[in-house]
Ligand binder design. Structure first.
Ligand code: GSH
Length: 217
């Protein structure tokens, strides 16, 4: 059976978790404790960059969440999470990359902003710009790929719950707010949503990780 190395609180490994559940693919979850297990030789032999998620399917080892999602989509085409229309396909990938490069990279800044005495105007503005862009991409569709859930929804929907818990507001983006409610109501999102205790523990461990990195630099 396919092995899924992950951390249930990670918004990046949640992408793959959602993909596996939405496609109904059987898998064995293996939790990696990010307080050090990722640096152990056994895990480094799977991912030399010490990141989750990793998927092992027989002889094949895959790292990088978006590559894993592409693999799952090609190997298990039904239900499809990728639109066929070229423009819709480009939009899907664009949303995935914007979430990855413009929003996921702002998670540390969001953490710092929570503890800062002054509001972090640049981060707030950057996130608002990304949400404006996402609103434009969504248009009047139910999902980023049109009427059906796509890998773009999965990538965005793995991150937004976390941002909202960290204080990001969707008031100025009603279409994104409606989309957010739509994905959060799905069984796979319900199943992968952490409870408050788990979230608090995770928040503390990420803060420690950020402080450790700041001391090193
Ligand atoms: N580009 C990678 C990023 C994965 C990543 O950054 N994972 C984080 C958790 S969200 C991690 O494993 N951090 C532990 C570490 O870097 O030691 C992907 O998309 O899979």
């Amino acid at each position: 059976m396919l092995k899924f190395y992950h951390q249930p609180l990670s918004p990046i490994s949640r992408r793959v978790w959602l993909g596996l559940l939405e496609k109904g693919i059987p898998f064995e979850p293996i939790t990696v404790n990010l307080q050090g297990e990722q640096f152990e030789p056994e895990f480094l032999s799977l991912n030399p960059f010490h990141h989750i998620p990793v998927v092992v399917d027989g002889e094949l080892r895959i790292l990088e969440s978006l590559a894993i999602l592409d693999y799952l989509e090609a190997k298990y085409p039904e239900p499809s999470l990728t639109p066929q229309d070229p423009a819709a396909l480009a939009k899907m990938r664009m949303v995935q990359m914007v979430i990855t490069n413009e929003l996921t990279t702002k998670i540390s800044a969001l953490f710092r902003a929570i503890h800062a005495s002054e509001p972090d105007v640049a981060t707030v503005r950057h996130i608002a710009t990304a949400f404006d862009f996402l609103t434009e991409q969504l248009g009047d569709s139910l999902y980023f790929g049109g009427d059906n859930l796509s890998l773009a929804d999965i990538t965005a929907g793995a991150l937004l719950p976390l941002q909202i818990r960290l204080g990001v507001e969707l008031k100025g983006h009603p279409k994104i707010a409606a989309w957010y409610e739509r994905v959060m109501a799905r069984e796979s999102w319900q199943q992968t949503e952490p409870d408050d205790d788990a979230f608090d523990t995770w928040k503390k461990s990420v803060l420690l990780m950020i402080q450790r990195r700041q001391k090193k630099s």
